[in-house]
Ligand binder design. Structure first.
Ligand code: DGP
Length: 114
């Protein structure tokens, strides 16, 4: 997994604007933001998608959502609202095969998604 771009970001080998990190997770601004807040939260360990998540990843998914709420709250989006999205596979448009949680906020987000 040395060549996985998100593994490299998590290891600090590629510059990214990191907004949060701990022993399990790294959060950074998306390079192609789709909203005023567009943060990606990734596990440090390589998991290619939700389909590859084992029972050992369950706590990590919960923590990622708690961190998403924390980041949104810090920016005031707890009042206006925000969205957490995981794309899985081709039809969902997953382009990076390392599990990531999109955290979007700062504008009205359409539903259903395109
Ligand atoms: P998805 O389509 O769900 O796989 O989302 C992948 C996201 O990752 C996409 O919104 C763009 C972002 N992205 C891809 N490469 C990089 C990168 O090198 N740095 C940053 N910050 N974001 C990236």
């Amino acid at each position: 997994m040395e060549e996985c771009i998100f593994c490299r970001i998590a290891r600090g080998e590629i510059d990214s604007s990191i907004v949060y990190e701990d022993e399990n997770l790294v959060a950074f601004n998306d390079i192609n933001p789709q909203a005023p807040m567009h943060v990606l939260i990734i596990p440090r360990m390589h998991v290619s998608s939700l389909l590859e998540l084992g029972a050992d990843g369950e706590q990590l998914v919960g923590k990622a959502h708690r961190v998403a709420g924390q980041i949104a709250r810090e920016r005031g989006y707890d009042r206006s609202g925000f969205r957490v999205v995981v794309n899985c596979g081709e039809d969902a448009g997953q382009s990076v095969p390392h599990l990531h949680f999109h955290v979007l906020g700062g504008r009205a987000l359409g539903w259903p998604p395109g």
